[in-house]
Design a protein around this ligand. Sequence first.
Ligand code: AMP
Ligand code: MG
Length: 315
Amino acid sequence: MVTALTTSPEEAADRLRRGGLVAFPTETVYGLGADAFQPDAVRRIFDAKGRPADNPLIVHLHRRGQIQRVAADVPPSAQRLFDVFAPGPLTLILPKHDGLPSVVTAGLETVGVRLPRLPLAQSFLEACATPVPAPSANQSGRPSPTSWEAVEHDLGGRVDCILQGGRTDTGVESTVVDCTTDPVAVLRPGAVAVEAIRRVLGAVQEAPPDEEAAPRSPGTRHRHYAPTAQVRLVDTPSNASPGARHAYVGLEAPSRPNAFGAVYVEEDIEAYAHDLFHVLRACDEKEIEIIYAQSVSSEGLGRALNDRLRRAAAR
Ligand code: AMP
Ligand code: MG
């Protein structure tokens, strides 16, 4: 299959409506979408990525009025969160509409819904005029794609079209919040801080940060974000051992940067999150063998960043 590259949201949407798989940018990472109401097309998303069949997809919408097509109910907690954070990097888990094909939710009775904020994503979704289930547009297990080049690297020849935008803004995925429980529960930390959600709703449950403890979001069980290089977490740069095939990424600079094959010093947590997946992929291109990554304090966006670092380092 030849993968078409385009900067036209209308052309990309046209391919999706004809049953195609289309990768598109959002403010978090690039997604790989299909028409929610063409189950064969949705099935091809799992094949193209090598995604485990038990991992449900987040449905992307262009406006709130479309929620009724995919969800049976929108609890008051969800209304309030969308009032504050939509459009934006927040995914809400709601009871599933019977009419939504079950392949989208991997057989679950709930559905994840998100309204992206990036204007190019909005133009694309508007032109699609159908709900678009889309996981991250990477080969399953690899770092999420934050550029169209990363999508082409992983999925070129396996998808119909890539809508070309720039590098993504936040660089980590959406925060996933289950609104079918009271209080709501954060299933995956992400670009919207848990503290901000708590300010809106008061009580919020948080899943403990280990894999087995988060069975409600099936995707958090699987291996994730791993480059070919080995990732090792360090508290301080002095714990990173130098070497020509060793890389370092973190907020503080190592004392002998020239002794590493590559060094990335990030200005703040936002810049670190923005760059992380890009850096992991760049290290593979440089044939780095070990990436030392400095962990950060788990506040605000730091919670999502640490989560991704920990998973990238898990073997
Ligand atoms: P990604 O594969 O990067 O798009 O991540 C999607 C995340 O949202 C995964 O962790 C999924 O397991 C989670 N998710 C999507 N839909 C649901 C749902 N209905 N219930 C729980 N988690 C969900
Ligand atoms: Mg993913």
